[in-house]
Design a binder for this molecule. Sequence first.
Ligand code: NDP
Length: 256
Amino acid sequence: MYSEKFRLDGKTAFITGGGRGIGLCAAQALAEAGARVVISDVQPEMLEAGRAEMAGLGHAVETVALDVTRPDDVTQVADDLNARYGAIDVLVANAGIAWPDTGGEDMPDAAWLKVVDVDLNGVFWCCRGFGRHMLNRGRGAIVTVGSMSGLISNRPQRQAHYNAAKAGVHQLTRSLAGEWAARGVRVNAVAPGYIDTAMSGPALRQEIGQGWLRDTPMKRAGRPEEVASVILFLASEASSLLTGSIVVADAGFTIW
Ligand code: NDP
């Protein structure tokens, strides 16, 4: 009875930034649970690599090139996929970037705007575009990918743009969850700590990363599949009572 709640048979899921990292692991988790999965990413080569990896695992996925900072494109993709599949039941708004250490006083306009555009605006365009269709059908689950950086300010790196954008993702998640809760659409976030992907992996193997790990109660970084299993939980009926939740998956980092 309980394990069935994690099943997604007959459901269709759409994942942004799904060509690698947490997004690709989320695609694997949702596909293993029975969902038909559509992955998108901004670079066609990344998308193809993700498709090939999924095929190697026995999962046929559709791929869609999409830059989440383009609201018209996001709306078009949402409309097209909903028309084609009848419903997109699960949205995983995962695409994100983290630019390197940039002090607030020296922050170039372009750096601030780019990070906020991908990490916050992109999540909103996707929630709006896919959420509309879910509301029309009276059901759906949206999982946004925030960060522990929306809850704490990381050190020693300076990343006000990223921290502010991720805090925005958490409040966006709670705001839409409140608006849509009585209409059958749940909106939750996962807030990962340091995860060993292309985003944080290189730093984790340098002195700065050793400092992060010293400050982590579990003394290790997370693996992308450990975030993917939280995404599966939030996308499935196993989390039917959760909406507006920010589920922290950080090896204990935010305890201290
Ligand atoms: P990756 O860089 O491995 O994956 C992110 C994917 O998003 C990349 O394929 C990237 O493409 C893509 N992307 C970037 N910009 C856009 C865009 N405009 N439109 C669509 N796709 C885009 O990172 P992770 O898997 O680690 O990160 C996934 C999410 O998890 C992000 O939101 C990140 O902020 C969050 N997160 C990650 C943590 C970590 O330590 N790794 C910690 C906390 C949160 P490209 O290669 O071209 O940039």
